[in-house]
Every structure is written in structure tokens, then in C-alpha cells.
Design a protein around this ligand. Structure first.
Ligand code: AMP
Length: 428
């Protein structure tokens, strides 16, 4: 195992890394940092929890800091990410790592006032971390100029495509200068991502840390078969027995998340929900309360939880099994981060046994069954010849997911139109 000193990082960055308590680089850092410092494009197959933010943030900061800037700063690095939470988190990391450098960074995302964002952009920044909707919105309003971009980072590319951002991404790429360094991170590498990568990376070096190797191995997984109506009893028992202080519970739907928070509350268990229907303020508050340890449990849907990085999560519950097997890996990856171990429970009712087959096929192994609980329901166990279940329900869910991204993009559209209208009326 190498150390940070051997990766070619500057004294200032080594100080920041040390202060964060990082003793050795993670595999993705070990591989990506020297490549990026040498000027290569990088295609990283790695999920959140692997240390990938530092893997790109450290070399980007080092290269940007080499140039002394006089006068107003121009955006030299653009990091695009799918969700607000992830954008905020990456921006915080830039703050941490750049403590000893004079590099300015800013995050922009929708759902909050654009005013402070615009103010900071006007003052001049070196690094912009953005979600696609707000980026395009502020670009259209003339507040953002991408002509001086030296680094373009596309984070969580697979989730970007899932959320319907492909057109936005292509629009942004077209506006970037030809000469630049690119980095694409994705937890999975389906052909759609490979095509996207080919369309804008130049001779990229691929770093492949497939999820099974990096996190799943350290997670103690088990599946419990249970009738849907008894899931609440089962989870209440487990939470109480284990005195869980930091756990994330995943549900498939936003309503399911809200309902579960209420049911847990009735059993005297405190939790908060985060999902796409909650305002940005409510999401931030819930996350902060969870992060500080004020509430022990977060109930989340996949999209809202994506990329959230909270240290010390000991338990992940798949209260509903996800209909997309990849989500299972993302979900359980919320625990066992940065070298720690974790526990992941999956609840499987009769309608979900096909999903379980799909998940086990993806991770390449059987999840150990735990039957010694009072609600064990053997009918939910997959049949030996059962096919992976993306079938009927999955179509419905996909429709729901599309509806969600349509809702989000139509919201963005509406905001944009309103803003244009306001601008026009200001001019008149
Ligand atoms: P990321 O995958 O970038 O979201 O990082 C996941 C977590 O690992 C964050 O809490 C980081 O602060 C932490 N981390 C990143 N690099 C290291 C390292 N080399 N040693 C220990 N922790 C790290």
C-alpha cells in the first residue's frame, strides 16, 4: 500500500489530508491521483464511499493552484453531479482540502434562491460544483461562462442518465473548450455510459473498482422473508434489540417513506424521511439532524439518498427491495464506508422474491437467509427456477421514476420560464 506522499501531492494538500485523518490513500485515490496529475483523462468505475471525491478534488486543486491568478477569477473546473446533496457534499470537500490554498469554489443547485449563488459567481470562482438544471438555468441567464474550463468532472454518470440528464450533459459538453482534462465516474458501466464516455473522453485510462470488491465484501448481509404487513413489526424489533444509533432505511416510494416514519413514531422510534417531495430545507435539516446524531434513523428513497456520505452508518435496511438490482449495491454501500464494516438487512415479501433473484444474480452470490424471527414467511422465498423480477411491477416503477424526472425537469422548466418572465418584466 502506498502513502499520500508518494502520489506526488503538494505540501499544502498533504497537510489537509493529514488533518482529515486519512492515513493511506484508498485504491481509487492511489490510481487516479497520479494519472490526473500527469494530465490523463480518467474513467473511474467506482461508487460513493470509495474516496473518489478526494481522488479528483486533490489533483484538481493541485493543478489549479499552480497558476497564480491576478484579477477576477474565472471558472476553471466544472463538476457536474446529479443531486443537490451530492453537490453540497463535494463542495464541502473542496473547502476542506483547499484550506491552505487560495482557490475559490461555489456550489449551485436548484430548489433554493439563486441570489447568493449569483453573487458568488460575480465575485469570481475557480471551481464550480453544479447540478445540471441550475447550471443551465444560470448559463442561460448569462451568469456562467465555461470558456476557461480546464477540468470537467462528471460524477455519478449512471445516475445522471437514470434521472434523464443526458441532454443537459450534452448541451454543457458542447460549450466546453476543446482543450481540457476530463474525468467521468460511474458506479456501473452499462453501454450507455460507455458511449457517453467515448463521446467526450480523450484516451482515458480506466480505473475499475467493481462494487462487489470494494464494499459489498465488508458488509454483513442477510435477507429476511416476511409478509408485507409484518415488516413494521420486524424492523421495530431489530431496531430496539440492536439499539441502532445510525441506520438508513430504504423504501421504494416517497409515500412509503412518509408512512414508515409515522409508523415508527407510533412505536416510539424517531426517524426522518428524505425524498424528492421534501423541500430542500427539509432535506437539509433531516440530514443535519441525522449527521449530528439527533435522530438515529433516516428513511430514504433511492434518488434522495444517492451519494449521501455520512460517517458511521452501522445498519442499512432494505425495507422494500429495490426493483433495480444495482440500487441494492448503492444502498448497502451507505454503510461499510472508508474501511469500516456494516450490517445490511433486506426484507423480502412475496411480491419481491423476483427482485431478490435479480439482486443475487448481480452480486454473484446468495444473500444468507435469516429465518429465526417471529414473522418468517416461507412463501416469500424465491422458487428454485424463479426468474429475476423486473417484470410487471418494475414497469410501473419505471413509469413512476420517469414521472419523477419529468416532474423535476418540468419544475426546472417552470422556474426557468418564471425567471425569464421576471427578467423581461424587469427590463420593461
Ligand atoms: P467519497 O467516496 O469520496 O464520498 O468518500 C467517502 C468517505 O471516505 C468520506 O467520508 C471521506 O472523507 C473518506 N475518505 C476519503 N479518502 C479517505 C482516505 N484515504 N482515508 C480515510 N477516509 C477517507
Amino acid at each position: 500500500m502506498s502513502n499520500f506522499e508518494s502520489l506526488g501531492l503538494s505540501k499544502q494538500l498533504l497537510q489537509s489530508v493529514k488533518r482529515e485523518g486519512y492515513t493511506a490513500p484508498t485504491p481509487v485515490q492511489e490510481q487516479a491521483i497520479p494519472l490526473l496529475l500527469k494530465g490523463h483523462d480518467v474513467l473511474g468505475v467506482a461508487q460513493t464511499g470509495t474516496g473518489k471525491t478526494a481522488a479528483f478534488a486533490l489533483p484538481v486543486l493541485q493543478i489549479l493552484a499552480r497558476k497564480e491568478i491576478k484579477g477576477r477569477r474565472k471558472i476553471r473546473t466544472l463538476v457536474l453531479t446529479p443531486t443537490r446533496e451530492l453537490a453540497a457534499q463535494i463542495n464541502e470537500r473542496f473547502a476542506t482540502y483547499s484550506e491552505h490554498l487560495s482557490i475559490y469554489h461555489q456550489v449551485i443547485f436548484g430548489g433554493v434562491s439563486q441570489k447568493p449563488q449569483v453573487k458568488s459567481l460575480r465575485r469570481g470562482i475557480d471551481i464550480l460544483v453544479a447540478t445540471p438544471g441550475r447550471l443551465l438555468d444560470l448559463m442561460e441567464q448569462g451568469f456562467i461562462d465555461l470558456e476557461n474550463i480546464e477540468f470537467f468532472v462528471l460524477d455519478e454518470a449512471d445516475r445522471m442518465l437514470d434521472m434523464g440528464f443526458i441532454k443537459d450533459i450534452k448541451k454543457v459538453i458542447k460549450l466546453l473548450p476543446k482543450k481540457r482534462q476530463n474525468l467521468l465516474f460511474s458506479a456501473t458501466m452499462p453501454s450507455s455510459i460507455a458511449d457517453l464516455a467515448n463521446s467526450f473522453l480523450n484516451n482515458a485510462v480506466m480505473i475499475d473498482l467493481s462494487p462487489e470488491e470494494i464494499t459489498v465484501e465488508r458488509i454483513e448481509q442477510s435477507v429476511m422473508f416476511v409478509e408485507k404487513q409484518y415488516k413494521i413489526n420486524l424492523i421495530t424489533d431489530i431496531i430496539n434489540e440492536n439499539r441502532i444509533k445510525r441506520g438508513i432505511i430504504f423504501t421504494r416510494t416517497k409515500h412509503g417513506a412518509n408512512r414508515l416514519v409515522k409508523k415508527l413514531d407510533r412505536s416510539g422510534i424517531e426517524s426522518a424521511a428524505i425524498h424528492g417531495n421534501k423541500s430542500q430545507g427539509a432535506r437539509t435539516r433531516a440530514l443535519a439532524a441525522f449527521r449530528n446524531g439527533d435522530i438515529p434513523l433516516l428513511v430514504a428513497t433511492d434518488i434522495a439518498s444517492r451519494g449521501i456520505d455520512i460517517e458511521g452508518v452501522t445498519h442499512v435496511f432494505n425495507y422494500d427491495l429495490p426493483n433495480e438490482p444495482e440500487s441494492y449495491v448503492h444502498r448497502i454501500g451507505r454503510t461499510a464506508r472508508a474501511g469500516k464494516s456494516g450490517v445490511a438487512y433486506a426484507f423480502c415479501d412475496e411480491s419481491e422474491s423476483g427482485y431478490l433473484v435479480g439482486i443475487q444474480r448481480l452480486i454473484g452470490k446468495q444473500i444468507p437467509q435469516f429465518k429465526e424471527h417471529p414473522y418468517h414467511f416461507s412463501k416469500a422465498i424465491p422458487k428454485p427456477d424463479q426468474k429475476p423480477g423486473r417484470i410487471k411491477e418494475s414497469k410501473k416503477k419505471n413509469h413512476r421514476k420517469n414521472t419523477l424526472s419529468q416532474q423535476e425537469s418540468s419544475k426546472q422548466h417552470k422556474n426557468r420560464n418564471n425567471r425569464n418572465r421576471n427578467r423581461r418584466s424587469r427590463k420593461n
